[in-house]
Design a protein around this ligand. Sequence first.
Ligand code: AMP
Length: 143
Amino acid sequence: MTAAYDPNNIFAKILRGEIPSHKICEDDESFAFMDIMPRGPGHSLVIPKKPARNILDVDPTSLAAVMRTVQKVGRAAMKAFDAQGLTVQQFNEVEGGQVVFHLHFHVMPRFAGIALKPPAGPMESPEVLAENAARIKAALEKS
Ligand code: AMP
């Protein structure tokens, strides 16, 4: 049994516009933005707009919409960063590695011979995050 959804989690605040984010794109069901502590260049997050704590309680229709955006953003991020691979990660509950309790998928372009940085590393500068969001957005517009 999963715990209840907390509407005051940080991604819910981002969705409500109460705190800023570096947005890549959104549609009726999903929202994509840059991870503030990236594990590599172009690391982004895709979340449902509908409240869901994680994969254990998400509404399947909402999950399907989020996965469509994961694929779209993943393809665009690979093009934008000239990546050779893509890692998609998603964590559930504290024991599963989850830190923020609004469902999110990590979308991380990967490069030959380059490991991901550890989680919870240094915060990226707003300038770099804005530039990286713009690069992915431009690749999306071309797709
Ligand atoms: P996890 O719940 O383990 O998947 O980790 C949460 C992720 O959210 C980490 O990669 C953090 O860097 C990221 N994160 C936390 N706060 C923010 C924020 N305000 N904006 C963007 N990303 C965030």
